[in-house]
Design a protein around this ligand. Structure first.
Ligand SMILES: [Zn+2]
Length: 66
């Protein structure tokens, strides 16, 4: 897993981008998904980190990537 890997919330359309972080929740830009605080929740729908999937895997699962 690389530090700039994007993760998608499986419940909504939110995508966590490490380059952006999540300023609304106090996560500064440059924070890898793996270093998000344990209590991090999706800023859009409120699910926890277990409900996120790597964006590239998600895309493959949905036939959107080779
Ligand atoms: Zn969500």
């Amino acid at each position: 897993m690389t530090a700039d890997m994007k993760f998608k919330c499986l419940k909504c359309s939110y995508i966590y981008d490490p380059a952006i972080g999540c300023p609304a929740l106090g996560v500064p830009p440059g924070t890898p998904f793996s270093e998000l605080p344990e209590g991090f929740r999706c800023p859009q729908c409120g699910v926890d980190l277990t409900q996120f999937e790597r964006l590239d895997k998600w895309k493959r699962r949905h036939g959107l990537a080779p």
